[in-house]
Ligand binder design. Structure first.
Ligand code: BG6
Length: 318
């Protein structure tokens, strides 16, 4: 069964409330555990869901709905994680797949609001877990009533569906539940890939696509595949192809296919910026690269009342 054929039965919903007396892990386990899915206190005592399915292993934290590991059973880990990451309620996790929403980068108008939005700072609710022979399918979500009112006046429901198997698909869907349009909505599925060495990779599929170099503010394009040999922070637009990362050292190709997105961000902090980030090891830039499926810059969206906008990223390894 493919993800698109999959019909979502409503079998579980769970919204923790302050009245909950039962320990969160116990409740999650009671409601959602299955042969491949278990719950535990992970790093920093934060609740996480561990998947160990015949097709793939994975780990997802409720903090940020953050996937910190995905590993098809015959592969080494696909996602890079920082050894120095914070694991604290309300702080972003460094590595894996952070969800940047409802803006990408700094807020366009307000300096007091957090970089990359607040979705990665929220503790999400687990809404359902379903297991098949091929995949484990998880849905997490939150809505505007659960958010700090200083962050937004929009009314919405956010849903994040993960389909974890031999391939990984993550899908962020936002429904406008209010009666005003939601404007300038940005996002990034900010995936950190684990690589053998930054000198051994090539990124294909962005040749000829114009990009904004955030470090110089200049727009340009290149005709050859991208190799990284310095700090790189680019927003490509419009992206229509699947992006491929060829890793000579690991002898693998990772394909990143986006939907609902026309912008792709490529980021590597290189030497000096790595040193400036407290949650990032100094040498970390050598073994990671971010390829982010985004709605950034001119690709931000307006979501009309009752409308749903979905951005997804499908990752395959060969
Ligand atoms: C990238 C941005 O998406 O994320 C960079 O283009 C930014 O400018 C990077 O530095 C990391 O952001 P943060 O907030 O997780 O440190």
């Amino acid at each position: 069964m493919t993800f698109s054929q999959y019909q979502e039965p409503i079998i579980h919903t769970f919204i923790p409330t302050s009245q909950d007396k039962m320990d969160l892990i116990e409740r999650l386990s009671k409601q959602f555990s299955s042969s491949s899915v278990g719950f535990q206190k992970g790093e920093g005592e934060l609740a996480c869901c561990q998947i160990d399915h015949p097709r793939a292993k994975a780990c997802i934290y409720l903090n940020g709905a953050h996937l910190t590991n995905w590993q098809p059973q015959d592969e080494q880990p696909v996602l890079w994680m920082s050894d120095n990451s914070a694991f604290e309620t309300g702080k972003p996790i460094r590595g894996g797949i952070p969800i940047c929403w409802p803006w990408f980068g700094p807020h366009p108008a307000r300096e007091d609001l957090p970089q990359h939005g607040f979705a990665r700072l929220m503790t999400w609710n687990l809404r359902s877990v379903i297991e098949t022979e091929e995949i484990t399918h998880l849905i997490l979500g939150f809505n505007s009533k659960e958010c700090d009112p200083r962050w937004t006046k929009d009314e919405f429901d956010v849903r994040y569906a993960l389909s974890v198997g031999k391939e990984l698909r993550v899908e962020l869907s936002v429904t406008n539940t209010g009666n005003q349009p939601m404007q300038d909505i940005g996002c990034a599925l900010h995936t950190y890939f684990s690589i053998s060495s930054i000198n051994s990779i090539q990124i294909r599929g962005l040749e000829g696509v114009s990009f904004l170099d955030k470090l110089t503010g200049k727009t340009s394009s290149e005709n050859s595949p991208l190799s990284i040999s310095q700090e790189t922070d680019r927003v490509y637009y419009p992206v229509t192809e699947t992006v491929e990362m060829i890793d000579e050292g690991f002898q693998r190709k990772i394909s990143v296919a986006g939907q609902g997105s026309k912008s792709t961000v490529v980021w590597n902090p290189w030497v000096e910026k790595s040193k400036r980030m407290a949650d990032f090891p100094d040498a970390g830039f050598q073994t990671m690269v971010c390829i982010e499926t985004a709605n950034a810059l001119e690709d931000t969206r307006t979501i009309s009342p009752s409308e749903t906008h979905t951005v997804s990223q499908t990752i395959t390894v060969s």
